[in-house]
Design a protein around this ligand. Sequence first.
Ligand code: NAD
Ligand code: ZN
Length: 346
Amino acid sequence: MPEIMANTNHGKYPILIRTGALAQLGEVAAKTVRSRKAFIVTDETVKGLYYDASEKSLKASGFEVASFTVPAGESSKCEKNLFAIYDAMHEFGMSRSDLVIALGGGVVGDLTGFAAATYMRGCHLIQVPTTLLAQVDSSIGGKTGIDMPYGKNLVGAFYQPNAVVIDPGLLKSLSRTRMAEGMAEVIKYGCIRDAMLFEAIEKGQADMEWMLARCVKIKTTVVQNDEYDTGERMLLNFGHTWGHAIEKVSGYTRYTHGEAVAIGMVKAVELGEKLGETPKGIKERLLNVLEKWHLPTSTDLPVEDLYQTMLSDKKKLNGKVYYVVIKEIGDAKTWPLSEQELHDLL
Ligand SMILES: NC(=O)c1ccc[n+]([C@@H]2O[C@H](COP(=O)([O-])OP(=O)(O)OC[C@H]3O[C@@H](n4cnc5c(N)ncnc54)[C@H](O)[C@@H]3O)[C@@H](O)[C@H]2O)c1
Ligand SMILES: [Zn+2]
């Protein structure tokens, strides 16, 4: 079983990547933690698909199991569900040495991760990501949290799991749009760190297990060097400075996150060309892989609105916007731009 060890300031944890890994959840849990109780948080869609198998596996390894299910969708990443999860954990008699399992996409992962980080000041946690986005991105790196009425991800904690169990077989039930959304992040990893991964996507022959392992390796390495997101981790924002602005200006409904990032990557490459940092030819290769996945590559949203939104973005440090520019496929660096420079370039 491909296993990647993530090293953090708080110790190491295994990330297992294997088709069929869900059936081994109990085994992995028993090996990783000494808990008796396992509390699964999931959403309504994932519950219908993968809850029974998870419960069965945990019970077979001797765990007593209880669960809590939230509706599917971003609006579930809220304080009301967080407190309802605490209540259900209390009723189940959970102590801090017991185990919480996040079974779902990034919404369940963030919400459950934060519940695990804060219940009794932190209990054991295993992430079982079920969307491509969650498998390559949100389940790795330890960022957890909830949305507030006045903004996304505003309350949260850095909290590393005890293990991550990634089963590519679970992606079979994902819609094409959701797969494409995750592929935008995979393409991002190729652009910033992995020319071989990018080439495999270009050829359309990437094996899913192999591809997930490449992405997870990049994310764990970058996070390892910058656990609290103050430096190198900024590279993971390739396409996201524009992407977040596009999502915000279009009211979070017109584009999925991955679609906004796809457009953002094209914009970032164009900007890199203007700066003389990104060589010709890269844009064509990027457009080609994005189009393969039916991801959008441009938008009619007003540039001035996007610019204003970017400036108010949290990535603005010391009055600068940190752009990620691609030097070559697989090689990127951050490039600070003042408001004036950015405005002139646009
Ligand atoms: N913590 C981080 O570092 C980090 C990074 C990126 C994104 N995020 C967060 O992740 C969230 C988005 O995650 P997401 O895109 O996974 O969304 P999601 O969790 O809402 O899942 C998307 C949809 O797919 C369904 N689904 C999940 N797995 C499925 C499967 N195997 N088959 C069929 N349907 C399935 C879900 O029920 C949901 O309706 C956002 O809240 C974002 O802020 C966090
Ligand atoms: Zn993203």
